[in-house]
Unconditional design. Sequence first.
Length: 71
Amino acid sequence: MKLGLISALSIAVGWAILAIAQLWLQPLSAENFIKVSVTAGILVVIILVVTLAAREYLSEKKMKDDGFIDG
């Protein structure tokens, strides 16, 4: 869980830094910046969805193992 959240946060912070640099310095062309932005957004969404699904699965499995819910 922590790895997924750290990864998503790292991508988001990296993108934010790149966005500020793009605003002031323009290190990338507009086309490449859009490509990087879309890629970063897709990666963040995928990482968060997988992390939340894994967390939900592990939580439900633990509750079943502890006898709180029927399986």
